[in-house]
Design a protein around this ligand. Structure first.
Ligand code: FAD
Length: 444
């Protein structure tokens, strides 16, 4: 029997999934698949990685939803996609494969290889936008070039959203939902289930780190602009990990944000912005967006890097953030900015070192936003903080954690003799940073 395949990647949900909707609407029964990509997993140093546990749990739940309610399957494989696809074409008579776009350089090259392989076997590969509201070159300048500054990008993004059929009541076209859940009976019915590869078969162990809920109260979003900057209070949505793996729909959340809070919507636009920047300027994965910043002579002191990673710099707000990250896989946005600025500007450590540490630890790690955040902090990115604007950790603490509630939660020994002295004097570090950046930038 000829079938179509839907390939789940960073869209791990049955509802409002655009690629899945198109697959289920294409006239043939659909076999849903997921591949634990050994090329990605092998690169993870920590074999108790919370993201892998989260994906495994989500896939297990998706699989039992499909089995229990529909008698369908989720065919889950483990390996290099280049080797898994020939097996799949051997096991099924496939007409077309459906998936959603992924904008990371590795994914683009993987998809291009898969596409070539499928097309050589006479199989179509159809991909759709699902992960963002506007992608690639959908929001560009009038002269056809990509935006590199956020504010005009956002203006155009909003204008496009409103123009796309928005009459004040109806849903803008860009936020149209794809009710894949209504078509669930078009999944294949199968009685033989393949076992899902276990974490240990893939060389991992279960992590006990808790994943934030997908349920966020309406008041959190309504009050977002007033509460989002204070790390001691639960003023943000903590949905990052769910946006990352597609366990929630960006269209549904953007629609809510449009109605409830423009500042929250703006953060979702930053997410689209960075995904667009990564797609348009893939060199940013390894290099500064602004090439002149690649001449900065970083100090890269390993002892100091270790102190930063462990939350032992003697700057309480920095240490609190680093310890929150290590314990929970999360760090508040304000504190991400402070810790990143401290590493690059106070310690003059290459932003790529900090970026990799965050990439290993953050539940919501996303190449586009992480790289964007780090290059912003180091001053070398799109729309970045100018290099001469250097956060004072103490002033930031005074402003955003005046009562030290956040600090005392993560650094309980802060006011005792056990707490280390500052690793570097703020005033000295500030002047050194200005001098070193200036010297680096003059080399051009
Ligand atoms: C150095 C640094 C590294 C970062 N690394 C990441 C990362 O790996 N993954 C990631 O998703 N975000 C990253 N961010 C952006 C931001 O800190 C997180 O998205 C946010 O803290 C996640 O918490 P939340 O879900 O409660 O966000 P909320 O404040 O509730 O915001 C809602 C959503 O909007 C998006 N968003 C919010 N702020 C930003 C932003 N500045 N840029 C892009 N998207 C944003 C996220 O998807 C977030 O979940 C980074 C920021 C900095 C300064």
């Amino acid at each position: 029997m000829k079938i179509n395949i839907f390939w789940f990647r960073r869209d791990l949900r049955l509802h409002d999934n655009s690629g899945l909707y198109h697959a289920l609407n294409a006239g043939l029964k659909v076999v849903p698949i997921f591949i634990f990509d050994s090329k990605i997993l092998d690169q993870l140093q920590d074999k108790v990685d919370a993201r892998v546990t989260f994906i495994h749990d989500t896939i297990t739940r998706l699989s039992s939803d499909l089995q229990d309610t529909l008698g369908s399957i989720l065919d889950v494989r483990y390996g290099d996609p280049a080797e898994v696809w020939p097996q799949l074409l051997h096991d099924y008579e496939v007409q077309s494969v459906f998936a959603n776009h992924d904008y990371e350089p590795y994914a683009i090259s993987r998809d291009s290889q898969v596409k070539d392989f499928l097309s050589a076997g006479g199989v179509d590969f159809n991909t759709f936008k699902d992960h963002v509201i506007f992608e690639k070159d959908e929001v560009i300048k009038d002269d056809g070039t990509p935006y590199t500054v956020f504010t005009p990008y956002k203006r155009k993004w909003l204008a496009k959203l409103i123009r796309d059929d928005w009459d004040g009541k109806a849903c803008p076209l860009a936020l149209k939902s794809w009710p894949s859940e209504d078509l669930k009976s078009n999944f294949i019915q199968k009685s033989h289930f393949r076992a899902i590869p276990s974490l240990s078969q893939m060389g991992f162990q279960r992590s006990e780190i808790r994943i934030p809920s997908t349920q966020v109260s309406q008041t959190t979003i309504m009050d977002y602009d007033k509460r989002r900057d204070f790390p001691a209070i639960a003023g943000t949505s903590k949905l990052g990990v769910h946006f990352r793996f597609g366990t929630i729909s960006i269209r549904e959340k953007a629609m809510k944000a449009l109605k409830l809070n423009q500042v929250y919507l703006s953060e979702l636009i930053w997410r689209d912005f960075y995904a667009m920047i990564l797609y348009q300027f893939p060199h940013i994965v390894k290099k500064s967006f602004r090439p002149e910043y690649d001449n900065i002579p970083w100090r890269n002191n390993e002892e100091e890097f270790k102190a930063w990673c462990e939350g032992k710099t003697g700057y309480p707000i920095v240490d609190a953030g680093m310890r929150e990250l290590a314990t929970t896989g999360y760090m508040h946005n304000r504190v991400r900015m402070i810790t990143a600025s401290f590493l690059t500007k106070h310690l003059l450590i290459d932003w790529r070192w900090g970026e990799s540490w965050f990439a290993a630890k953050l539940l919501d790690y996303d190449l586009a936003s992480n790289n964007g955040g780090w290059q912003w902090a180091a001053g070398c990115g799109t729309d970045a903080a100018p290099y001469f604007r250097i956060f004072s950790p103490d002033a930031q603490q005074e402003k955003f954690d005046k009562l030290k509630v956040y600090i005392k939660k993560w650094v309980p020994e802060v006011e005792t003799v056990k707490y280390p002295k500052p690793i570097v004097d703020h005033k000295y570090a500030r002047e050194r940073c200005l001098e070193v950046y200036k010297r680096g930038l003059q080399k051009n």
